[in-house]
Design a protein around this ligand. Sequence first.
Ligand code: 5BU
Length: 273
Amino acid sequence: SKSQLTYSARATTHPNLLARKLFQVAEAKKSNVTVSADVTTTKELLDLADRLGPYIAVLKTHIDILSDFGEATTEGLKALAEKHNFLIFEDRKFVDIGNTVQKQYHGGTLRISEWSHIINCSILPGEGIVEALAQTAQAPDFPHGSERGLLILAEMTSKGSLATGAYTSASVDYARKYPSFVLGFVSTRSLNEVESSVKAASDEDFVVFTTGVNLSSKGDKLGQQYQTPQSAIGRGADFIIAGRGIYAAPDPVEAAKQYQQQGWEAYLARIGG
Ligand code: 5BU
């Protein structure tokens, strides 16, 4: 596992170009925080992105929950990502046949491929979903190919999740088969030890994003289960994802700084610094 290495070291050796950029951003900003900006208007979203931008590495969106999505949303997000040096992750969780997900990803109402650096998918439909999304992002006439990557939804944080066992090990198989497009996983732990029928490359370095991070709550009334930044990073998270713990705090900027600090200290402890 490469999780004992620094983000800078991983930025220089990672086989995936977007992963390199991600690690560079983390190192430059001393932040491994992804904020889930789950608000429902463009104004709230852009306002949060501008205020929290300095303290985060990635902004995670659920773009289909906005009541007023449009050109102003995507132009605003792109400008703020440049201004504050963060990446955008649209948590769309694609889960369909290849022909459909290509149309959901590229074009359509939401034009996700145009503005989101990172996307994710469930592998419930099988390997074809990864192949289809890779084909779109790496098409010769697609202008953003080197800045697009996929996280496979290998596990979920909700109570009773069925993303376990054979599903999780197939996630590792597919990540190994599409290393130029798959950055790693959304999972609750490092998956290096998970059994896989595909041999690991010598430069393999999965990037792990862990959701369900919250400093003051153990869960919600709909089955969400939380852990702390320390716990998530101790289990192998490279990036911690927090939503309500940050945006619903009395002072979201103070909360973002607190998650940034705790996430960074846990990372330093892991690399032995
Ligand atoms: P919260 O407010 O920190 O509970 O928000 C968690 C976010 O992460 C929210 O946007 C979910 O859709 C997302 N999420 C999750 O909570 N658990 C998972 O396993 C995955 C995504 Br995948």
